[in-house]
Design a protein around this ligand. Structure first.
Ligand code: MN
Length: 202
């Protein structure tokens, strides 16, 4: 069973003005579709075919560049679309809020740490909020399409919130102003989904 491009669950223009429709259309329809196709081609006929994407990434031989890049790209973007919403999707509450306050001191301090991880990732990559077994949370970043589930990525646990900081994610609307894009991202986070992922992974 080949991997399929997941649907967004909202229209390409639904996240405007924070993320523009043209960027969303190209990002989902071209970039994510490309990672999906290339992942399917890379695993066809190998022992990875038929495995879940989580199993593929957690057990991955990191010298397998095609699966590392495209499997990461498939997973990372699937998570990214799901943790954004055009509607008001709650406010950080409950167990996840408690875990964030325990680790960072306050929600604002967490946002600063996440924004810093996203802003200081040189070149292309992702900023993450991850959860470790027991519920402890961590903010980190990874290069290219690497993912915290992979071995040897200096960023661990299960990712529950991710922000794409590749230029393709923001350049049409924000050009070189990555910090403005990061700030805008906080307006479209689907906290209900992030909290659901936290409860599932902790
Ligand atoms: Mn991307």
């Amino acid at each position: 069973m080949a991997f399929e491009l997941p649907e967004l669950g909202y229209a390409y223009d639904a996240l405007e003005p924070h993320i523009d429709a043209r960027t969303m259309e190209i990002h989902h329809g071209k970039h994510h579709q490309g990672y999906t196709n290339n992942l399917n081609n890379a695993i066809a006929g190998t022992d990875l075919e038929g495995k879940s994407i989580n199993d593929i990434l957690t057990g991955l031989d990191m010298s397998n560049g095609a699966v590392r890049n495209n499997g990461g790209g498939f997973y990372n973007h699937s998570l990214f679309w799901s943790v954004m919403s055009p509607e008001d999707k709650g406010y950080l509450t409950g167990e996840l809020r408690d875990a964030i306050e325990a680790e960072f001191g306050s929600v604002d301090a967490f946002k600063d740490a996440f924004a810093k991880a996203a802003a200081t990732r040189f070149g292309s990559g992702w900023a993450w909020l991850c959860v470790h077994p027991g519920g402890k949370v961590e903010v980190c970043s990874s290069a290219n399409q690497d993912n915290p589930l992979m071995n040897g990525v200096d960023c661990g646990g299960t990712p529950i919130l991710g922000l794409d900081v590749w230029e393709h994610a923001y350049y049409l609307n924000y050009q070189n102003r990555r910090p403005d894009y990061i700030k805008a991202f906080f307006n479209v986070i689907n906290w209900n989904e992030v909290e659901r992922r936290y409860a599932e992974a902790k």
